[in-house]
Write a protein that binds this ligand. Structure first.
Ligand code: NOJ
Ligand code: CA
Length: 700
């Protein structure tokens, strides 16, 4: 029988008694989650290979799975290990994020670190550190400082996730350069990229295998367990993809390589990112989990007073729908003819957006296409395209800065790098300096195109280091960063909260110029991409069919108008765009009121209903206010639900404003039909909703 290692006290201790199971030279140790639902077992196989297994309420989740590495110098770190020691402990604490979904985040886990030593003349030491939370497991490899290992190159990491069944999986292709894909929903055994249409408007694809997928990988077992495999704190290491063995439900880590095929250049002491497995029989636990943030280092920025939530509008959708251009040669500035493209970032148009932002109390205005370079930015793999300091002649930096200041609006700068990271890093300090001199304290960066240094992928170690470096360097200038086409967040924004959001998934923009995002897309993102940090999804499109801009355009956003509102609540981000054009909002000022009112920083959040691929209902309490906001979304199917309002303060009356799909609304055929009603409620009320979004304002 295995003895469980259970600790309740809040102290750390080091024990050797944890070794509990001896059988034919196999040594096993186990650890329980604080609520005892999860049990981790670590063991060494007969040939000294480290392995682990995980159960949830007694059910197998991860069957015995191997751990280890191969180094470039030929060192095999997969077997021949002995256990040379252990440390164990428990933590139960709370911490406060600078910006977030909750005021306080609980960090509660039991931990075990197994110290391994290879049986060799010059033995290498490697520890495996497990942290077991109520909602999942995190573990990482720790290479201590040691005599026999200093600089080393990882050729492969072999972390196995040997799943207990052929689960349903929500997956995107294991591309090294992009995550901007529609999710596929198949059994693990059916994962086969050759069988799906992966064109979908993704311009740059680097796909190595038909069975490789990206993490976070969300799964559901036949007996209704929700399982999610991801990683946390990817720092100085490549992104981990998952190679699927479709015959036996086993996944193996695949690290994104560099230009010459190596995976990671390291020096001991070094800790890898955490590999995470979240498990619950309640899907809401996955969406609400803070495991990824808990596994990241605390905030390293001392003074965070300048890191603020941002609701913004911008010169952006005009280009995506094709009525304006990024480049100066696009046409006559200010043209009213929708078929004639004009340069969007002209001073008069920017002032129009500043006026709109000021009138409706938005924090910021983003302007894309303000600087020289857009004539040859796309697809040429050219090194020096943008210098990030030279505006087009019709974009008057000083005049715009003064106008925005007068109107109480912050300008947001755009740095499209066209993937030329070499060029961007060379110019970064001058670019940030230019921003500060002109009153900008937030930047949206972009990495469209193949990376320079040539041969590098967006998700390799070099680029991970670049994205983290930009965030850190930006912090020196008190600049907030929103990166597009970056590697996806893995909670690193806990450490650098000025890394306020990233795109790194398929955003709303695809609806403007491709076959778009199917209605289930936004019900999956909170189970995948958003677990690692906020996304700049750019919701709020009111003019849903694109043929108003050009009768030949068949595209539309696959949504109702009310659903666009709900996304502000269901997709947490402290940076949220009202992405549509001012003139489209002016036609629907009643619905626009929700975007004006909705908070972007919260004291509390509750996941009320969740099912990946189907529906999601989240309610959140605005930071330092007594206002609640609820967003409920569905996939392509209609949905009615009844919400128990017991989360409201007992004894208080609230006025609820309900922004709902009209009775005859349909995401495809009648998407813009909505209905706004008001009703007085309290904590005892129940609300019948037909998919919708609401706001409760306390009346007392
Ligand atoms: C792709 C980004 O996702 C989008 O937001 C931006 O407008 C274009 N690149 C141009 O940089
Ligand atoms: Ca993009």
């Amino acid at each position: 029988m295995l003895n469980h290692f259970i600790k309740t006290a809040q102290l750390k201790l080091s024990i050797s008694l944890i070794l509990t199971f001896f059988c034919q030279f196999i040594i096993a140790q186990s650890l329980l989650s604080p609520n005892k639902n999860l049990q981790l077992t670590f063991s060494l196989s007969q040939n000294g290979q480290p392995q682990y297994a995980l159960t949830y309420k007694g059910k197998e989740v991860i069957k015995n799975s191997t751990l280890g590495f191969k180094l470039k110098n030929g060192t095999d770190l997969t077997s021949n290990f002995t256990i040379s020691g252990n440390t164990a402990g428990s933590v139960n604490e709370t911490w406060q994020p600078v910006l977030g979904e909750q005021k306080n985040i609980l960090n509660q886990y039991n931990e075990l670190t197994v110290l391994l030593k290879q049986k060799a003349e010059n033995p290498i030491e490697l520890s495996i550190h497990f942290k077991l939370y109520n909602e999942g497991l995190g573990f990482r490899y720790e290479f201590p400082k040691q005599k026999n290992l200093n600089y080393f190159i990882v050729s492969d990491e072999f972390t196995q996730f040997n799943l207990a069944g052929n689960h349903k999986a929500f997956w995107i292709p294991g591309d090294f350069d992009s995550q901007e894909y529609v999710y596929n929903e198949t059994k693990l055994s059916e994962i086969d990229l050759s069988k799906i249409n992966i064109d979908n408007g993704v311009f740059l694809k680097s796909i190595k295998s038909n069975t490789m997928v990206q993490a976070p990988l969300m799964m559901k077992s036949d007996d209704n367990l929700y399982i999610n495999i991801f990683e946390a704190a990817v720092v100085n290491y490549p992104v981990m993809h998952l190679d699927v063995n479709t015959k036996n439900n086993s996944l193996t880590s695949y690290l994104v390589p560099n230009a010459i095929g190596d995976k990671a250049y390291l020096q001991a002491p070094f800790n890898t990112p955490w590999r995470t497995i979240m498990v619950s029989d309640d899907a809401r636990d996955i969406v609400g989990s803070k495991l990824i943030f808990n596994l990241n280092e605390p905030c390293k920025i001392k003074n965070t007073s300048w890191i603020k939530p941002v609701k913004y509008v911008g010169i952006w959708w005009e280009m995506h729908v094709g009525i304006a251009s990024w480049d100066y040669s696009g046409g006559q500035a200010g043209s009213q003819n929708p078929n004639k493209v004009f340069h969007g970032a002209n001073t008069a148009n920017v002032k129009r957006y500043i006026d709109f932002a000021s009138k409706h109390k938005f924090d910021g205005v983003l302007v894309e296409g303000w600087n020289t370079g857009w004539e040859d930015w796309f697809g040429n793999w050219k090194e020096d395209v943008f210098d990030f300091v030279t505006p087009y002649p019709d974009f008057n930096v000083k005049e715009i800065a003064a106008y925005a200041k007068k109107k109480g609006v912050k300008m947001i700068m755009h740095h499209e790098t066209s993937g030329s990271v070499a060029n961007y890093e060379r110019r970064l300090d001058r670019a940030f300096d230019f921003m500060k001199k002109n009153g900008y304290d937030a930047v949206k960066s972009g990495y469209v195109g193949r990376i320079i240094p040539r041969g590098e992928f967006h998700d390799g170690q070099t680029m991970v280091n670049h994205f983290n470096y930009v965030a850190q360097r930006a912090a020196d200038y008190q600049i907030m960063v929103n990166s597009h086409e970056s590697s996806r967040l893995t909670g690193v924004n806990r450490t650098y909260p000025n890394y306020i959001a990233a795109e790194a998934a398929r955003g709303n923009e695809f609806n403007a110029w491709s076959n778009g995002n199917p209605p289930f897309h936004e019900t999956i993102l909170p189970f995948t991409r958003l677990l690692g940090g906020p996304m700049d999804y750019t919701p709020g499109i009111f003019q849903i069919k694109m043929n108003v801009y050009n009768p030949n355009k068949k595209e539309q956003v696959h949504t109702t108008l009310a659903k666009q509102l709900a996304l502000y609540v269901t997709m947490y981000s402290p940076l949220q765009m009202a992405a549509d054009l001012p003139q489209n909002y002016e036609k629907h000022l009643d619905a626009f009121q929700f975007i004006k009112d909705v908070a972007v920083d919260w004291d509390d959040s509750k996941i009320l209903e969740a099912e990946p691929g189907d529906y999601l209902t989240i309610v959140r309490k605005a930071k330092n206010k007594n206002d609640w906001f609820l967003g409920a979304i569905t996939d392509e199917n209609k949905r009615s639900t009844t919400i128990d309002l017991s989360f409201l303060d007992a004894g208080k009356k609230y006025e609820a404003t309900i922004y709902a799909d009209a009775a005859d609304a349909h995401w495809e055929t009648n998407p813009m039909a909505y209905k706004i009603t008001k009703v007085v409620v309290d904590a005892k009320s129940k609300l019948d909703l037909n998919l919708v979004t609401c706001r409760w304002r306390c009346r007392s």
